[in-house]
Design a protein around this ligand. Structure first.
Ligand code: IPM
Ligand code: MG
Length: 407
């Protein structure tokens, strides 16, 4: 039986909100649009592309073509605008997130990012690091909810470093708070202690409204999945986590259909490799989500497969693969473009409410894997080793062919 790719929610309905219809769209705003392309005039969306650094430009160029084709088959036009970001922007303009890039992103209907960073800028001062540009972008777009699905596809179960019976069937979603906590908390900085020693310090801080809004996103998502939400914190030690647990518990009253549990982060890290199938939806703060989502991604075999969506209360969402810029393989046509292609599917589903076009892409990725196409990171004997471009072409072919009923 063909696998279904539950990128995020079981139902095809959007989890908690949808972005407004494209400004250029001739159609009235509606919460969910079912594309019946035949009679309707084409819809048009503006997409800001941020290829970034390393393998970013390679995977974005492939994903752009897939997005274009899937859109056109559903009566959707895209206007793409490519802007510099990260190291590329540093080289071009001296800053990692130029104002023009942020403003283009804010005006777009959705933003698709490749990856940022590289050896060249590693030693830069903090405000001149590519990563700082990414944090500024998240803050500037106010995308506080980061959705990171980790699904073990039957086709790739052997790529997992875990035993087959542990990895098989894992299908979880990490909902990470993205614009608060220790990443942004003040005070922060460098200084000296009473002994005159140099110190570095940061602040883990959460306000009630920040916890409440991420909690609601997570409960909505859990409700559309298997109805289980595990909140991960360190409430045995940290005050910010104590408030986190208190607020998550309070919000749970509005979601009686969702089964809520709490887990300390050290235990969660252990449980993820011990028995990952116990998890459905995980909600956690910025720093724990950063760490646990990398760990969860590895259960699936390759970080090169996993997409993400970052959403705010309104305005464009930011969609990006979880992987980094992989400077060691950049420019060699070796990158796996599937995480970015699947991020384009999340863009369609969560960012634009275009669920049919999203489904086309998800199915095409499964079809391509079923046909045995594999980039190096997911290769196993008996399959066809391809580069980034060829993988992209294979996906394009599958997007173009009728959606197999079994998927
Ligand atoms: C991620 C990355 C970023 C983060 C870095 C690049 C700033 O690790 O998206 O998980 O820490 O959030
Ligand atoms: Mg990370």
């Amino acid at each position: 039986m063909a696998a279904s790719l539950h990128l995020n929610v079981r139902s095809l309905n959007a989890p908690f909100h949808l972005k407004p219809v494209a400004k250029q769209s001739p159609r009235p705003a509606s919460s969910i649009r079912c594309a019946s392309a035949a009679a309707a005039p084409p819809k048009r969306y503006s997409i800001t592309l941020l290829p970034g650094d390393g393998i970013g430009p390679e995977v974005i160029s492939v994903a752009k073509n897939v997005l274009k084709l899937a859109g056109s088959l559903e009566g959707i036009d895209f206007i793409f605008q490519e802007m510099p970001m990260g190291g590329a922007a540093l080289d071009l303009t001296g800053v990692p997130l130029p104002e023009e890039t942020l403003s283009a992103a804010q005006k777009a209907d959705a933003v698709l990012l490749g990856a940022i960073g590289g050896y060249k800028w590693d030693k830069n001062e903090k405000h001149l690091k590519p990563e700082t540009g990414l944090l500024q972008l998240r803050e500037g777009l106010k995308v506080f909810a980061n959705l990171r699905p980790a699904t073990v596809l039957p086709q790739l179960v052997d790529s997992s470093t875990l035993k087959k019976d542990v990895a098989e069937g894992v299908d979880l979603m990490v909902v990470r708070e993205l614009t608060g906590g220790i990443y942004f908390g003040k005070p922060r900085g460098f200084g000296t202690n009473e002994k005159g020693e140099e110190i570095g310090f940061n602040t883990e801080v959460y306000a009630t409204y920040e916890i409440d809004r991420i909690a609601r996103v997570a409960f909505e998502i859990a409700r559309k999945r298997r109805g289980q939400l595990c909140s991960v914190d360190k409430a045995n030690v940290l005050e910010a986590s104590m408030l986190w647990r208190k607020r998550i518990t309070a919000i749970a009253a509005d979601y009686p259909d969702v089964e809520l549990s709490h887990m300390y982060v050290d235990n969660a890290a252990m449980q993820l490799v011990r028995y990952p199938k116990q998890f459905d939806t995980i909600v956690t703060n910025n720093i724990f989500g950063d760490i646990l989502s990398d760990e969860a991604s590895m259960i699936t075999g390759s970080i090169g497969m996993l997409p993400s969506a970052s959403l705010g209360e309104s305005g464009p969402g930011l969609f990006e693969p979880i992987h980094g810029s992989a400077p060691d393989i950049a420019g060699q046509d070796k990158a796996n473009p599937l995480a970015t292609i699947l991020s384009a599917a999340m863009l369609l589903k969560y960012g634009l409410g275009e669920v049919n076009a999203a489904k086309r892409i998800e199915n095409a990725v499964l079809d391509t894997l079923n046909k045995g196409f594999r980039t190096g990171d997911i290769y196993s004997a008996g399959n066809k080793l391809v580069g980034c471009k060829e993988m992209g072409e294979a996906v394009l072919k599958s997007v173009d062919s009728p959606v197999p009923a079994a998927m």
